[in-house]
Design a protein around this ligand. Structure first.
Ligand SMILES: Cc1ncc(COP(=O)(O)O)c(C=O)c1O
Length: 376
């Protein structure tokens, strides 16, 4: 029998995903269409229709092995951003690319740098096989303290340094001069990973052009957010320095993407109309919910999100994120309990998506009730 002693991989904690509508509907007896799903930062407008049609068409090929490097998708991504296909690696979501990067570029005992709090996959995958996450605490109201990040970078000499722009769970935007300052301060022995999963919602082009300046920089993007394809599982890494990408291709599971993912991705990346429509809606609703949340006494929105989610702070010490999370669930509102989902965030925060007006109204109604009655 296999015992714990036989497991070579160290896995301290499982990932805690946002809850599904079905789970909440069943547990609390709420109709599915009455539930605001605000815990997974998906696209409330659904997939790009062009991508959905391409996936449907690609079904005809599922008896055949796909190309093992997803060459056609890599070429489409490379053309879109002005690089060679050899500069791109695709994965089953960014999550798979992050896994390949950590396994390729850091060994047991090696430090891996990141802000705290951050996307938990960075430290979870780092800890697998015994790498050591090194955290940089954030400043007041979750500002990036760049000097501290650079000091830690120099002190720890990490094999990999993660940056997320806009950041999760805060949604804060890192100015390009700060990304550049970090890249300039980084020695060649450190790989910098710039995760731009949510970059569309900042209404900027992001910082992929820095790839041409820094040969130890990889940028990551996902199809799960603005493209609306979280269920298809598709993401990519891109670097101007092809030598960073080749080992990632070799280490990834060989046929990691099927025909439907590849064809869906090619159609999605060409569908600017769907992305623009999504971004316009999110930006409008981000402003709307910000206004609607003014005037609450025991709860506030942490300001400054440029993403499709924001942090809610429970300012009354008698409130607690797990109790508030449960109170929201009972009212058909799914968010993320910061104390469960983000290491180091503590018991005072919820992460909540920006979504359509009906869902924002449902959220604000529920928050007003908690504000008036308390939960904790
Ligand atoms: C910051 C960040 N990066 C990457 C991802 C991974 O996205 P996916 O694996 O769906 O591409 C997420 C998912 O929520 C995220 O929040």
């Amino acid at each position: 029998m296999v015992s714990v002693k036989n497991v070579a991989l160290i896995q301290n904690e499982p990932y805690t995903p946002g809850l599904s509508r079905e789970y909440v509907a069943q547990k609390f007896g709420i109709a599915l269409n009455e539930i605001a799903k605000l815990g997974s930062a998906e696209n409330p407008l659904g997939p790009s229709p062009k991508a959905a049609a391409a996936v449907e068409k690609a079904r005809a090929k599922i008896d055949l092995y796909p190309d093992w490097t997803s060459q056609a998708l890599r070429a489409a991504i490379a053309t879109k951003y002005g690089f060679d296909p050899e500069c791109v690696v695709c994965g089953a979501g960014e999550t798979e690319v992050i896994s390949s990067i950590i396994r390729t570029y850091a060994q047991a005992g090696d430090p891996v740098l990141m802000y705290e709090p951050c996307f938990p996959i960075y430290h979870m995958f780092a800890e697998n096989e015994g790498r050591v996450p090194v955290y940089v605490p954030m400043g007041a109201d979750f500002s990036f303290v760049i000097d501290k990040y650079i000091a830690k970078l120099k002190e720890a000499g990490p094999k990999i340094a993660f940056l997320t722009n806009p950041h999760s769970p805060t949604g804060r935007f890192m100015e390009e001069r700060d990304i550049r300052a970090i890249c300039e301060a980084t020695g060649k022995e450190t790989l910098i990973v710039l995760d731009e999963a949510y970059i569309h919602f900042t209404q900027t082009q992001g910082s992929m052009h820095l790839l041409r300046e820094f040969s130890n920089l990889i940028a990551l993007r996902t199809f799960s957010k603005a493209f609306g394809l979280a269920g298809l599982r598709l993401g990519f890494g891109i670097a101007a320095n092809k030598d960073l990408i080749t080992p990632l291709l070799n280490i990834k599971p060989t046929w990691n993407l099927g025909h439907m993912q590849v064809e869906g991705g090619i159609a999605a990346i060409a569908d600017d109309e769907h992305v623009n429509k999504t971004v316009d809606m999110i930006v409008e609703m981000r402003a709307y919910v910000t206004k609607q949340m003014f005037g609450l006494n025991r709860v506030r929105m942490v300001p400054g999100s440029r993403s499709n989610f924001f942090l809610i702070e429970l300012t009354d010490p008698r409130l607690d994120s797990t109790a508030a999370f449960e109170e929201l669930l009972k009212r058909g509102v799914i968010v993320k309990d910061g104390s469960v989902s983000f290491r180091g965030l503590g018991k005072r925060y919820l992460r909540c998506d920006v979504s359509q007006k009906v869902h924002m109204d449902r959220l604000v109604r529920a928050l007003k009730e908690i504000d008036a009655n308390g939960a904790g």
